[in-house]
Design a protein around this ligand. Structure first.
Ligand SMILES: *Cc1c(COP(=O)(O)O)cnc(C)c1O
Length: 377
């Protein structure tokens, strides 16, 4: 459990759902689950341990310090720090903890060599640029890189990796296919020197929607946590059946009557059209409920959806529970997930993201970082 002391709202992490999603995505030997950035807000260690129990053989983390945390907790899997900008200290930590860091440019080569030893080679991956135009060696750099690595046996390349820019966009299929071709060509070249090198290109969208992008290892992130990269589009069926892992609840701390014509909360943005009953919920923008959702979101109370009304405050917001006269403090309000009545859909991170013009990744990272997390085994 992670503790946030300033608020009573909670993230509920369903580790069994995480394990079911992992199983749905394929054989563990073909997967490199992505648990960077505190496992998208779900908590690095509990997520890694649950996936290890489900058979995970490797993990992609964000930073070398996330990798070190996994090692210190006793996890023995391959650990690949994905994010760029590795400092010399990051390289030293990676070597000390036997991580599998990625070479992304010639500066990385120098730093990696400074941490490597001939008698105990440092296993590394090669980050390849195929169309994201962010980090990595381009196709034209590969022959020179290969020659350099052959001359420096302190570094042992075991993995080639690249990243898809728009695998979740069926209308960009031609671009994804060009990335697949570019990566294939790079891997072919590398395998003439290192025949056992593994290749990895697909993210969740690639794994689910572009079979040609799977190569040896796919790197699902959002799909592990229940997100469908194709939600709302023509390829939606490719990601159906995944379950959201995170629920978010907050206690109702007061129930009050509002007479017709009375307003509620800052700015008086909501005025009661008739007499109504309001629940005051102990969650707000300090605990991840975006203020831009004011008057636009719904929550689940007693298994039913009710509208939120008025401005979202720092640690509270109000909802219309006129139809639920049994509501009393400290009943539970569900902002994401939770037990829904017959015919009612729980609120999803996708729905919340759509309302905010963002993606569910952002909702999960924010909720996870700003709330105490509890775990269901
Ligand atoms: C975050 C990330 C992934 C996972 O992406 P999803 O869309 O969450 O599946 C895979 N590869 C790299 C390099 C990443 O940074």
């Amino acid at each position: 459990m992670s503790e946030i002391t300033f608020a009573p709202s909670r993230c509920h992490i369903d580790l069994a759902a995480l394990q079911r999603n992992f199983a749905r995505l394929g054989e563990p030997a073909t997967l490199m689950p992505v648990i960077k950035n505190d496992a998208y807000g779900h908590g690095l260690l509990p997520t890694a341990r649950a996936l290890a129990k489900a058979g995970a053989l490797r993990f992609a983390v964000g930073t070398s310090s996330e990798g070190a945390t996994l090692r210190q907790a006793g996890l023995k899997q391959d650990i690949i720090p994905l994010l760029g900008g590795m400092t010399l200290e990051d390289w030293r930590a990676s070597a000390a903890h036997s991580l599998l860091p990625l070479l992304a440019d010639s500066e990385d080569l120098k730093k990696a060599l400074a941490c490597s030893r001939h008698d105990r080679p440092l296993r590394v991956g090669i980050k390849c640029e195929t169309g994201m135009n962010r980090l990595g060696f381009g196709q034209e750099d590969i022959p020179g890189l290969a020659e350099y690595l052959r001359a420096h046996p302190g570094l042992e390349p075991v993995l080639a990796l690249s990243h898809l820019a728009c695998a979740d966009m069926p209308e960009e299929d031609a671009y994804s296919q060009s990335q697949i071709r570019a990566f294939s060509a790079i891997c072919e070249g590398l395998r003439t020197v290192w025949p056992n090198m593994k290749s990895s290109l697909a993210n969740s969208a690639g794994l689910l929607g572009l079979p040609g992008s799977r190569f040896d290892l796919s790197r699902p992130g959002i799909a592990l946590y229940g997100g469908n990269p194709f939600a709302g589009g023509p390829k939606e069926s490719a990601g159906l059946g995944l379950e959201w892992v995170m629920g978010v609840s907050a206690p109702i701390v007061a129930v009050r009557r509002l007479r017709a014509g009375q307003s509620v909360s800052y700015g008086r943005m909501f005025t009661a059209p008739s007499d109504m009953t309001l629940a005051v919920v102990a969650a707000g923008y300090a605990t991840g409920v975006a203020r831009a959702l004011s008057g636009k979101m719904e929550i689940l109370v007693h298994g039913r959806r009710v509208p939120q009304v008025g401005r979202v405050c720092m640690g509270m917001f109000m909802a219309d529970v006129s139809g639920l006269p049994q509501t009393r403090p400290p009943d539970t309000a569900w902002l994401l997930g939770g037990p829904a009545g017959v015919g009612t859909m729980p609120i999803t991170a996708q729905e919340t993201a759509d309302k905010l013009g963002t993606i569910p990744y952002e909702i999960l990272c924010r909720m996870g970082a700003m709330n105490t997390r509890t775990y269901m085994p």
